[in-house]
Design a protein around this ligand. Structure first.
Ligand code: 5GP
Ligand code: MN
Length: 341
């Protein structure tokens, strides 16, 4: 345990408000963890507001509390966000390891006078931007870090159904429904506790994974048929998606979630790279990397794509055309040829 505090959330008395924020392009762990923290804090008599830098996928909107999430890029939320940040007595930053992952929210959060707590599971956290750091890179999700902190504080048995639902969703999303990065037995001890609180894990699975739109399904077929390049000698696949293609299939941002994992179902594949033109910033190419086994996606992302992440799941960005991005990806793959062969 590398955490600098032994107790979970150093809260003083009742009342007061807390901001909980998560990373740009929030995923199931970011939203699930942030909402779990919100419910925990509200149970403890605090007012808690979840703020995210930009929109989150529709398949997370059923989560308890999701309708109250404030989105920085939503003009209608701007005033509420400014007020909430200025009134906060505490800021909790979750599921990210450096402040630039807050994107457009970074400046307001960093300028806030309120103390900051980091709760995260990414490698190499930048420790000095928060006064208190709960960083557990061996854990499968920020949701697991929260379970761990709750258990250490003797509170795991007191959590509510809503808290349990959010925590399960967080861990399920960051482990591909417990299909990777999920061999540590303690994860299943936590799940056993969450089941005892009444979560419906089968329904949660359906809510997250069985909610495709027709456009998403057709786009998936199209990309696998026409948009995927397989480098058999390097056990690597590349998928590209431009905004023009996205428009053709009437696809929104989160609708491509999970596509990057599909090529890894080809027997022997070690690395999958998805190059996705950014809907909000045309001309920016967002890269998602996934690997199986020892291939270090995080190293490739930080060395070639200005990003980072975990060994088996990382991401980054390039400012260029799609063709140039493919060239840069090929150069990165060439650099790692020996490891991929
Ligand atoms: P995704 O492919 O789902 O967008 O991102 C996978 C993981 O890679 C994220 O959980 C995050 O840890 C990391 N990641 C994605 N994009 C970036 C980025 O631009 N910078 C950094 N440092 N990490 C990223
Ligand atoms: Mn995570």
């Amino acid at each position: 345990m590398k955490s600098e505090e032994a107790t979970f959330l150093p809260l003083k008395g009742d009342g007061g408000s807390v901001i909980i924020c998560a990373h740009v392009n929030p995923d199931g762990d970011a939203i699930g963890s942030a909402l779990a923290l919100k419910h925990i804090l509200e149970r403890k008599g605090k007012q808690a507001t979840v703020i995210v830098p930009n929109i989150f996928p529709d398949f997370l909107k059923w989560l308890p509390g999701a309708d109250a999430i404030l989105v920085f890029t939503n003009a209608k939320h701007k005033d509420q966000i400014k007020t909430a940040i200025s009134e906060a007595e505490l800021v909790i930053v979750c599921d990210l390891n450096q402040p630039n992952r807050l994107a457009a929210l970074e400046q307001d959060i960093m300028e806030s006078k309120a103390p900051r707590i980091l709760i995260d599971h990414h490698l190499d956290p930048m420790r000095d931007f928060c006064q208190t750091v709960f960083s557990e890179p061996d854990m499968c999700a920020t949701g697991e870090v929260i379970c761990h902190l709750l258990r250490e504080a003797g509170e795991l048995d007191s959590i509510t159904l809503d808290e349990a639902t959010c925590l399960y969703t967080a861990m399920m999303c960051d482990t591909g429904a417990f299909s990777f990065n999920s061999n540590r037995p303690v994860i299943y001890e936590y799940i056993s506790h969450l089941l005892a609180r009444g979560i419906d894990k089968d329904q949660i699975y359906r809510n997250v994974f069985y909610t495709a739109t027709e456009g998403r399904l057709r786009l998936q077929g199209y990309l696998l048929y026409a948009g995927m390049k397989v480098l058999h000698d390097r056990h690597t696949a590349i998928i590209t998606l431009t905004n023009e293609e996205r428009r053709r299939f009437k696809i929104k941002n989160g609708d491509t979630e999970g596509f990057v994992n599909i090529p890894l179902t080809i027997l022997g594949m070690r690395l999958s790279i998805f190059i996705n033109e950014d809907t909000e910033h045309p001309g920016t190419m967002k890269l998602s990397l996934r690997s199986v086994g020892d291939f270090p996606c995080d190293q490739m992302a930080s060395r070639f794509f200005g990003g980072g992440g975990h060994k088996n799941a990382s991401g980054g960005k390039l400012q260029c055309t799609m063709n140039e991005a493919v060239e840069k990806v090929m150069a990165a793959i060439n650099h790692y040829t020996d490891m991929l062969k």
